[in-house]
Design a protein around this ligand. Structure first.
Ligand code: UDP
Length: 248
């Protein structure tokens, strides 16, 4: 499927999305691709229909957060892979919230998969492909000056609030929100807004109707670990999120 706009309006192309300028400098158009990468782009592939699914899931989740009082960059979703968003200056940080141990936390600490983290863990990673997105300590964050101490505090607090709202939402979908990654940015007035996307690409989601360690996985770990049935898992997340959103 062709992307919208002509190339002269393209602002940035990332691994999963293309960002276009619009006539309004405060508004950007995001186009969600089917391309998938993992392990710092060492593994590449396509997940058919992913762009459409992630755009739709993100739309529902941004609307859910907005209704709960969390400001996001979402403006509207004019097409099934397209989202108008507020232009942000993104902090070069990945804010990860973890409710259960998985992924890099298990690899780096030896904690068992699924170990409950109560209270949830909030971690900051430096968004830098060349450095493979390293985990930052509070002191490293301060020295690097990627955000002020006040901003770091706000990002951590907002991430926990978002976790609370999304955990509740996904629980109603019979899905466990294991962990997820957020990106935040500043709008032209200096407000901190949630940016990027919230989707099975950026969250770990386990089906509460399945106890099987492999079958329960409804997120990008199916692609990372070659578990198969990737599109079907993303589609099942979409169906449950859509059903829950129309109830609210
Ligand atoms: N994540 C992401 N983008 C990244 C790194 C992580 O969306 O560049 C998400 C990932 O999908 C998971 C959470 O952040 O939901 C925590 O990822 P982790 O640190 O465990 O890294 P991984 O195991 O994916 O290498």
């Amino acid at each position: 499927m062709a992307s919208p706009g002509n190339t002269s309006k393209k602002l940035y192309e990332g691994k999963a999305k293309i960002i276009y300028r619009t006539p309004d400098p405060q508004v950007l158009l995001t186009y969600f691709k089917d391309d998938a990468t993992a392990f710092n782009a060492q593994k590449r592939g396509q997940i058919t229909g992913k762009g459409k699914i992630n755009c739709t899931i993100s739309t529902y989740l941004f609307q859910c957060l907005e209704q709960a009082g969390i400001p996001t960059h979402w403006i509207s979703t004019p097409g099934d892979r397209q989202m108008y968003v507020k232009a942000l200056t993104i902090f070069p940080l990945e804010v990860v919230v973890r409710n259960l141990a998985a992924g890099s936390l298990c690899r780096q600490t030896g904690l068992a998969l699924g170990y409950r983290l109560d209270p949830p863990l909030v971690e900051f990673y430096y968004k830098n492909d060349a450095l493979a997105d390293p985990l930052l300590t509070p002191d490293r964050l301060r020295v690097m000056g990627l955000a002020t101490p006040d901003q770091v505090h706000i990002l951590g607090t907002k991430a926990l609030e978002i976790n609370h709202i999304l955990q509740h939402f996904f629980r109603a979908c019979a899905i466990t929100l294991v962990d997820f990654k957020l990106e935040f940015g500043l709008d032209h007035r200096g407000n901190i807004l949630l940016g990027d996307e919230i989707s099975p690409d950026t969250c770990r989601l386990w089906d509460q109707n399945s106890q099987d360690e492999t079958q329960r996985v409804m997120d990008k770990d199916r692609f990372r670990q070659d578990l198969g049935q990737v599109e079907q898992a993303y589609q099942r997340v979409l169906e449950r999120v859509a059903a829950q959103s129309t109830k609210n």
